[in-house]
Design a protein around this ligand. Structure first.
Ligand code: NAG
Ligand code: NAG
Length: 220
């Protein structure tokens, strides 16, 4: 009887988890067609009869070129790069770091993230929501360590080791998306008004104008 209740609880849990994320496929697969005009919560499906192994295959995951102003580069393998991920609710990315490189504060609007450190040492963390009093949860991660960034929360990684660093990020969405905070707030097109930003950040216009002039490199 106990086992039965446990099973029911487990089923209830798994169905609620599934509904909170990308939709479950109602067929074996739905390989994305690269149609830029029509989207059906993701992409249209390729005719299953025309699907082949290459639709599920991605080659050459990095290393990425980290010669840029922030010293990090994300190589995403999302549905845009791997059409066979369409409707499956998973994807992955590789992150390369130059020495002292930073993957700046950002969030993924549609997914949690598992960060797996393959090489080097990263200082990584996330901040909880206002309702949780914006607590910082951070750790120094070494090769073989894993850290979780819950969905939607702002997080970052800084290379604090001596050489380069490499990490793999696993996602529970075929298209997690990235919103980088600095790029969004100070690098938007067109710019957010000075009145909004001076009041929001409690600084004067010169500082906001200075920030808006920065290059706001997009590392994805
Ligand atoms: C890396 O990027 C820099 C800057 O864009 C470029 O000068 C350099 O040639 C690139 N290196 C490689 C190996 O592609
Ligand atoms: C899909 O189309 C876009 C824009 O034409 C292109 O950049 C991208 O590489 C294409 N993706 C695939 C998997 O063919």
């Amino acid at each position: 009887m106990k086992a039965f209740y446990f099973l029911v609880a487990l089923l209830a849990l798994s169905s609620s988890v599934a509904f909170a994320h990308d939709p479950n496929p109602l067929q074996d697969f739905c390989v994305a067609i690269n149609d830029t005009k029509v989207f059906v919560n993701g992409r249209l499906c390729k005719d299953p009869k025309l699907v082949n192994a290459n639709d599920f295959f991605f080659q050459g995951l990095g290393p990425g070129n980290t010669s840029n102003p922030i010293g990090s580069i994300v190589t995403p393998v999302w549905v845009n790069q791997l059409p066979g991920l369409n409707t499956l609710g998973v994807s992955v990315a590789r992150i390369d770091f130059a020495p002292k490189g930073l993957n700046p504060p950002h969030n993924h609007p549609r997914s949690s993230e598992l960060l797996i450190v393959l090489e080097g040492t990263l200082y990584a963390g996330f901040v909880s929501s206002n309702q949780d009093n914006n607590r910082l949860f951070a750790k120094v991660l070494k090769k073989g360590d894993i850290f979780v960034f819950p969905t939607g929360l702002i997080h970052f990684q800084l290379n604090v080791g001596h050489g380069g660093a490499v990490a793999i990020a696993a996602f529970g969405s075929q298209f997690p998306g990235i919103t980088t905070i600095g790029n969004t707030v100070f690098g938007s097109n067109p710019s957010i008004s000075l009145e909004v930003l001076t009041k929001a950040f409690h600084v004067d216009e010169d500082i906001i104008k200075y920030l808006q002039k920065q290059p706001w490199f997009n590392n994805t």
